[in-house]
Structures are given as C-alpha cells and as structure tokens.
Ligand binder design. Sequence first.
Ligand SMILES: Cc1cc2nc3c(=O)[nH]c(=O)nc-3n(C[C@H](O)[C@H](O)[C@H](O)COP(=O)(O)OP(=O)(O)OC[C@H]3O[C@@H](n4cnc5c(N)ncnc54)[C@H](O)[C@@H]3O)c2cc1C
Length: 399
Amino acid sequence: MKRVVVLGGGVGGTLAANLIARKLKREIAAGQAKVTVVDATGSHAYQPGYMYIAMGNEKAEKLVRPEKSLLDGNVELVIDTVTRIDAPGNSVTLGSGATMAFDQLVIALGSRILPGDLPNFEGEAHHFYTPEAAKRLRKALDAFQGGKIVVAIAGIPYKCPPAPLEVAFLVESELRERGLRDKTEITFLSPINRAFTIESVSDMATPIFEEKGIRLELLAGVSEIDPERKVVITDAFEEHPYDLLICVPPHKGAQVVIDSGLAPKSGWVPTDRATLQVKTIAKPAPGTADEDIPRYPNVYALGDTTDLPLSKAGSTAHFEAPVVAERVAAAIKGRAPEGKEANYTGKVMCFFEVGDGKGTLLQFDYNHPPKPPKPSALWHIGKIMFNKTYWRTVPRGRV
Ligand SMILES: Cc1cc2nc3c(=O)[nH]c(=O)nc-3n(C[C@H](O)[C@H](O)[C@H](O)COP(=O)(O)OP(=O)(O)OC[C@H]3O[C@@H](n4cnc5c(N)ncnc54)[C@H](O)[C@@H]3O)c2cc1C
C-alpha cells in the first residue's frame, strides 16, 4: 500500500488530494494506494471573500464549508494538527501524538498572519485577513465620517498582492457614493519603489491612484505605528497621520515547517520552480547552481507554503496542484511524469477590483508578465461569478 499524505485542507491541499485520488482511482480501489488529507480545523475557508465582508457585500457564514464535503469520496480526512514533518524519515507527527508514514508527501499548510509582530498593530490597525477583522473594519467604515485614511502593508510577501490596492480603490468609491470623499484624504503606502511589484500592473494601477486622488507614497514600508499621535512611521522615517488605518498584517509560513527544518525563519519552504519538489535548506556550496541543491524526491509544496517569487494566491495553488498530482501519481504508478502537467510554468490568474463596478485581470507565468486589460465591468462581474461558483469548481478540480 502506497500512502500519499497531504498536509493542509485549503485550496492547494484539497485540489491536489482530489486530483491525486482521481489519477489513482484504480490503485485505491485495489487497495494499493491511499490518499489522506490532514487539516487542523476540518473546515475549508474561501479567504478572497473576506475582502467583501469588509466592503459590506458578503457574510462570513457563506465563506466556510466542511472540508469533507469538498473531498473526493476516495480521500480520507484526518482532523489534527501537524506538529513535525520528518522529510528524510518519511513520516509526520500529529498533535494527538499519532505518527503517519508516507511514500509521497504534499505540504500545503498556507501562511500565517502575525499582527502581533508589529507593535501596536493590534488595537490601532484594521485589516481584512480574517472574517472577524473584516467585520470590525466594516463597522469602522460605517462609523467613518471623514478624515485621514491610510492603507499600508506591513511586510512582503503577503496573501493576494492586489488586495490592499483593491481595498483602497473600493473604499474611495464607497466614500464618494456616501458623499464623504471631499472630507477624506486617502494615502496608500507602498513598501516598494512602485505601486505594485510587477511593473506592468504598477503601470496600470498608478494612473488609477491619480484619477481617484489617492496619494501614493513609494518606499513607504511600515516601520512603526504610534498610537498616541496616530501616525504611521515608514522605513524612510516619514510620518503619515491617520484617523483610520487599514494595514496588511505581517505574514509568515507555517511554524511547523520552520520547526521541522524545512524552511528558514520566514517559513517559506524552498521549492523547485518547475517540479514543485521541496529543496533542502542546507547552504549550497559556493558556486552551486540552483539545480544542484538537493531535493526531497517525494516531498512537494504548493500554494502559500512555497518560497516561489509568485503571488501568494489561491490561483497559484490552483495551477500548481495539477503538477503535484501528476508527479505524485506518476511516482506511485512507477512511471515518469508526462504531458503539460509534468512541470509548473508559473501560471497565475487573478481578478483585480478597481472600484466603481470595474475590474481587470492579471494573467501571467514565469516567462510572460501580465498585460492587464483596460478596467471594465466584465472583469468585476468575472470576479463576483468566480467567488460564487468557487465551491462547485476549484477545490473539486472542475476548472
Ligand atoms: C483577504 C484575502 C483576499 C484574497 N483574495 C484572493 C484573490 O482574489 N485571488 C486569489 O487567488 N487568492 C486570494 N487570496 C489568497 C488565497 O486565499 C490564499 O493564497 C490561498 O488560500 C492559499 O492556499 P493554500 O492551500 O496554500 O493555503 P490555505 O488555503 O490557507 O490552506 C492552508 C490549510 O492548512 C491548514 N493548516 C495550517 N497549519 C496546519 C497544521 N500545522 N496542521 C494541520 N493543518 C494546518 C489550515 O487549517 C488550512 O486549511 C486572498 C486571501 C485573503 C486573506
């Protein structure tokens, strides 16, 4: 019996497990293979919806479903916390004390938000990275009657790179509709030297900041929040006063991958950009090429877990999962990975709201930067439709 263990029941883990089970249908029926997902909560959250809670268009209850309901009938679910991953020893330890041996392992443990890592974040800054925080932000926006709003980012990388820009644009639209725009100054603090990490997207977004009268400050990573004076202090020692502060919290990878020696302190697991195999973190000898860094042949990572220089997005996990599934199934069947799913091309596809009922689309891969189409109602509606159909499509491998 070959055991495939998938750690994490989010977008990446659920989809990978379902695709692997589909590819190994015969082997599972013959008792030669078993696919197990381990998830700490047993619930699957659709996180992109959190932004819409903050914007007043979504309910938290609609964004969570039992993980079991999304899994192929051939996938076993274990609800437990992963506390140790022994990659060379081919086993994982769970919070209950149980150990699970694996032949193939998929790590899809997502990322953690750590608001407490920035002093005064909790208590001063609003965010929309959990349903509870998004609800609090909604209340704060409802109570807002004008003043200074600062939208900021407390560290890169973070989930869904367009999200803070989208929120700035959506809040601006809302305040205009509520007749509060003239009484409000909005400032966006970008931690880098442009509006967005990818140049073509930055070129698209910068004029939108201008049109909407949102002040765009560059090289303005958040260094401190001073609650007494209600100012954000940037890395460049500039001060930005706020009445309402909306800030993306600091992010890290899962603690268990750090504790297990699979990732540095950041928690992002070194991952091969094409095969998605996990690389060892042992320092390579001087002059060693990336290809020479040893990989664990039977351990894969996908989604937010990886250190790949791509968006931490459900969409990334969505396009990585077929590659992991092909490689894992091929290993179990004793053949080489084949077809266009043998290697990941860096494909990502994300909708991007720009306010006023319009959006655009970011579609790219390692070799082709995005060429976002002119913002229009089409892409805004596309995002809404995608959100509504998610439960029937992405995790089940139907798109
Ligand atoms: C506000 C917001 C807006 C977003 N908007 C978009 C968007 O528009 N488009 C887009 O593509 N993406 C968006 N994202 C990002 C997207 O939700 C994530 O990138 C995606 O969920 C990552 O998938 P994943 O499988 O890697 O991790 P997750 O979906 O986070 O799943 C990780 C799973 O691992 C489990 N887990 C963690 N640690 C342990 C442990 N030790 N033991 C057992 N289980 C564990 C968790 O319970 C969870 O179920 C958004 C995110 C947020 C917060």
